[in-house]
Design a protein around this ligand. Structure first.
Ligand SMILES: *[C@@H]1O[C@H](CO)[C@@H](O)[C@H](O)[C@H]1NC(C)=O
Ligand SMILES: *[C@@H]1O[C@H](CO)[C@@H](O)[C@H](O)[C@H]1NC(C)=O
Length: 268
């Protein structure tokens, strides 16, 4: 954060507060199941109607994604590993199913985007990381991606995705944990424009550099290609990530309300 550091800080506080509000509401939902989406001013959008997507499909997909592993015994997906590539492909099919245009960028991040009503307006970014630590829980990272896809899919079914006032883009980042190359946030740093070019020479345990790993995965793996990935701050409206570092998520059966409430706040 250089220019606008203070504004960024305020935005972070706002987003954190928003997420906390959503979580508290999600917990309350268990106590008194109601058509909350309507009560919270999202007319015509029934969280009950989309329960199969926002709750059941989220839970099933988290299980399915949690099965995509490099190890037979524990969950393990490191940067550009065979399981990470397979997970990216699976996410692309789910993003397409949610009505998004998809692509993989030059650092292996997987994107799905809808232009909404104004393709040039700053985009709402959602997502999390698709890599894992070794012996990971199935919700770490996956939760933020799978719930974002579910929320967008529900908007699509309601016919509200095209009317959304700005683009929505889901990003599944290729590296957050830094397990393979001992350098964290490779995926998001390239999008934020803070990727250190010297890291392309970092080696994994088998002596393969990040640059070579990218080239093996059909990317250019050059300083220029990675630098070109930066998103201008003016093109981004905000970024929201649903997180759980735990093996047990927030109560997934309250997820429908949680997502709807988040979208209600974000639309205002
Ligand atoms: C996960 O893998 C196990 C073992 O291969 C399989 O029995 C199960 O059906 C899989 N679950 C999902 C949700 O894909
Ligand atoms: C679309 O967004 C851009 C950038 O914020 C803005 O300049 C433009 O007026 C918007 N167009 C419409 C039709 O609202």
């Amino acid at each position: 954060m250089k220019k606008g550091g203070f504004a960024g800080y305020v935005a972070l506080i706002l987003v954190t507060t928003l997420l906390q509000t959503c979580l508290v509401t999600a917990f309350l939902a268990d106590a008194a199941p109601q058509p909350f989406a309507t009560a919270y001013g999202f007319p015509g959008f029934s969280s009950m109607r989309h329960r199969s997507i926002l709750r059941d499909e989220v839970a099933a997909r988290l299980k399915e994604l949690g099965n995509v592993s490099d190890s037979k015994h524990v969950l393990e997906r490191t940067f550009l590993s065979p399981a990470a590539v397979a997970a990216g492909r699976l996410l692309i099919t789910w993003m397409k199913d949610a009505g998004l245009r998809t692509w993989e960028d030059k650092l292996g991040n997987v994107h799905g985007r809808s232009d909404g009503a104004n393709a040039t307006a700053p985009a709402l970014l959602l997502g999390s990381h698709l890599d894992t630590v070794i012996d990971a829980g199935r919700y770490d990272g996956a939760l933020g991606i799978v719930t974002a896809i579910a929320a967008v899919k529900a908007l699509k079914i309601e016919g509200k995705l095209q009317q959304f006032p700005r683009p929505i883009e889901i990003i599944a980042f290729s590296d957050e944990e830094g397990i393979r190359f001992q350098t964290t946030f490779l995926g998001s740093s390239a999008v934020a424009g803070t990727f250190q070019p010297k890291h392309l020479k970092n080696l994994d345990a088998r002596g393969i550099s990040i640059g070579a790993a990218l080239r093996a995965a059909s990317h250019e793996g050059t300083v220029e290609s990675v630098s070109s990935m930066k998103y201008e701050p003016s093109s981004v409206w905000g970024y929201v990530e649903v997180r759980s570092g735990l093996r047990v998520p927030y109560r997934v059966h309250a997820m429908d309300l949680f997502l709807i409430t988040c979208f209600r706040y974000l639309l205002l």
